[in-house]
Design a protein around this ligand. Structure first.
Ligand code: NAD
Length: 321
């Protein structure tokens, strides 16, 4: 069994490798070659922590396993650790023997950013030039960096509930050489692509804030009760997701489905677009929405890739287990 420590991931895994791994596994899911297992997520009643498991089996990619982890809100203040902590465990699908234990913190950010950029690649207008961002926390920097690679964006406009956090994302845009502006929510109508990545429990972006032709990657809502955009916005557009079961239960679409504004059958897996089974965007003014809920198979895909890289580079630790 191999161990790939968290400290090694940054030197091994590139955003491009994460993008390829996630695009491939979304395609495998839509083709029926890979499936996620039901998510377990529990409040521990200790340290205000949320803890859970996301797992699955990708028969095509020979990846079996799970990510265990969650959110410890006091980590940063009390211990200088990031609040999200996770570890991926991989198993040999032929024998059930454990094959790898992999640090999952950076991988989570990379695979989440990869998911929204896969959606931008396949669903945003080719001529998209203005990138909108809602959120400025830990994930937002990764989201912005990845999204900027997908189109020739010439401007980033961003809003955050806590405006004092905006310099976190302004720095990323500046590093990429793209002008950055703090915006009001209503100014986001100028954006061609909008990524939302907050932990909000009430919508910030309203359906009226939105211009025709915009692509949305709604990435923050990964739990029942969270919400980033008004449910009516989903009814105005065409909704795509990583996995329909998660989208309707814990993703951004949960609210639109619960109130009957859209039906489960209206939601399409992004993998179907990647596989050419669904046309994706069909006209320039169409609003497309990707509900990125975060699936276990994404974690297994990037952990499998990084384990191969770590073994090849001689930095994976082999243990007799
Ligand atoms: P973070 O704590 O670093 O940042 C939180 C962000 O949410 C900040 O921009 C903050 O200003 C904003 N926010 C907080 N309260 C708000 C409110 N009431 N209204 C509007 N905005 C508010 O968190 P993070 O690590 O960047 O994660 C952001 C979200 O992404 C979380 O909900 C997390 O669970 C989710 N997430 C999703 C996936 C996925 O695969 N979809 C993966 C990882 C994280």
């Amino acid at each position: 069994m191999w161990i790939v420590p968290e400290r090694e991931i940054a030197d091994l895994m590139t955003p491009e490798a994460a993008f390829d791994a996630v695009e491939e596994v979304f395609a495998a899911m839509a083709a029926g070659d890979a499936r996620n297992f039901p998510v377990v997520r529990e409040a521990l009643g200790h340290e205000d922590a949320l803890y859970g498991f996301k797992g699955g089996f990708d028969q095509k990619g020979a990846a079996l396993g799970l990510k265990a982890g969650g959110h410890w809100p006091h980590n940063l203040a009390r211990r200088g650790l990031i609040n999200h902590q996770s570890t991926v465990f991989l198993f040999d699908p032929d024998t059930g023997r454990p094959s790898a234990m992999v640090g999952g913190n950076l991988l989570t950010a990379l695979r989440t950013a990869a998911a929204s950029s896969v959606s931008i690649k396949h669903l945003a207008r080719p001529d998209a030039r203005v990138l909108g961002l809602i959120g400025a926390g830990h994930q937002a920097t990764f989201q912005l960096r990845a999204a900027l690679r997908q189109r020739a964006f010439d401007r980033v406009i961003a809003w955050n509930y806590h405006p004092e956090m905006l310099p976190n994302v302004a720095k990323v845009a500046e590093e990429a050489g793209v002008p950055f502006e703090a915006a009001r929510l209503e100014d986001l109508a100028a954006a061609d692509v909008i990524v939302t990545i907050t932990s909000a429990h009430a919508p910030s972006l309203m359906a009226d804030h939105v211009a025709p032709g915009t692509h949305f990657a709604c990435m923050g809502t990964d739990t029942a009760g969270k919400q980033e955009v008004e449910a009516a916005l989903l009814a105005r557009g065409t909704v795509f997701t990583d996995e329909v079961a998660q989208s309707v239960s814990l993703g951004e679409a949960q609210h639109a489905v619960a109130t009957g504004m859209i039906a489960e059958a209206d939601i399409t897996e992004l993998g179907a677009v990647i596989n050419g089974v669904h046309p994706g965007r069909t006209f320039a003014d169409e609003i497309t929405i990707f509900d990125g809920t975060g699936v276990g198979l994404q974690d297994l895909a990037v952990a499998t890739r990084v384990t191969e890289l770590a073994i090849a580079k001689g930095v994976a630790i082999e243990v007799d287990f």
